[in-house]
Design a protein around this ligand. Sequence first.
Ligand code: PLP
Length: 437
Amino acid sequence: MTSFDTSLSFARRLDSLDPLASFRDQFIITDPDLIYLDGNSLGRMPKAAAERAKQVIDEWGHDLIRGWNKGWWKAPQRVGDKIGKLIGAAPGQVVVTDTVSINLFKLTAAALALQPHRKRIITDTLNFPSDLYILQGIKNLLSTGGLDTTAEEHRRLLDHQIIRIGAADDDITPDLAALEAAITEDTALVTLSHVTFKSGYLYDMRRITDLAHAKGALVLWDLSHSVGSVPIELDQCSADLAVGCTYKYLNGGPGAPAFLYVNKKIQDKLTSPIWGWWGQKNPFDFDLDYVPAPGVERFLAGTQPIISLLTMEAALEPTLQAGMDAIRAKSVSMTDYASFLTDTWLAPFGFFLGSPRDSANRGSHISIRHPEGYRIARALIEEMNVIPDFRAPDNLRLGFAPLYTSFAEIWEGFHRLKRVMEEKRYDKYPQQKLTVT
Ligand SMILES: *Cc1c(COP(=O)(O)O)cnc(C)c1O
């Protein structure tokens, strides 16, 4: 870690040396006083996206159905290839469609069907709950059922088994030795979040992928918290499958469609569990029997949300211009700096770091933990014009988006947080939680 100090002038000096500083101008900032540290949950709006959204609405009004032949129909592939540049995927392996949860369902089901005799699915307790629910739902769907004891016995042998690897230490780092040991010859799929949503732990994609392949298992990475914040090399790592989100660090807007990646080497071996016309070989033949489209397109199901898809396409521009190496370099400095401010200013109030100390194992957000985390988050949002988010039981989560977060903004956010603690401003809030935290 570079040596930091706690002065505002120091933060300003970091900003003056920041090669990405000018990118902030590419974003809509309506309230300059707002300290927005939640770009890992919903990114700020790029000006390019705002302009494109207006154009898309006009195109809809003018082109009507002709729009499908003017770039709408092929948008999932075109935008998928752009995202491919950010995740080390050569063209023809990524499509934009549906949500992360649905894409995870499609790819997991396809992976399990490829090796039906293998019964283990490996994941971890640090994973995003929706990812775990999807796995449980698939297991339930594929379950052989059982009404008598013989069937019960059958079920034990035939059902999939979901193994959740626990954390090695205080919910920050997964138990890698246990993960390695759990991947056996009976493993069909290893599926993990590349960057975990609470602690921000960053998996070594190459190492885990190699471990899985050594036992003949496939790997499915959830890139939701790493795409746009961490360089990713899916092809180089020989990753099999991936899914990811576009409204976090890619700034695509609320509900912008997600993406999925299927490695060229296995595309034609996999079958989507949802056979829709967008995944059909010749959809406009309106044939009565399904034949899968060649390649990754078979994982499309139905009509795409074109307005948000095209808006999201424009939102990718700042990220594509800046490049992932510059983004990662700034992200590391920001999370190091925030860790330093946590240790120096907040540890005396009982805060401790809930994220890896070594930036090599960390994405672009950190969690700082405090027993009063929830009420502290409320005070920050309601009185201090600072937006973090809260993740149970005690994580105040702070996201740093290299394209628009400045070091002075981080300084100001921590300074306001220090005031909340000094003045015990959280005391007056109830323990009871609001619906969306
Ligand atoms: C944000 C996120 C999701 C979101 O899933 P949706 O189905 O698109 O709502 C899923 N998984 C992870 C790891 C995430 O961070």
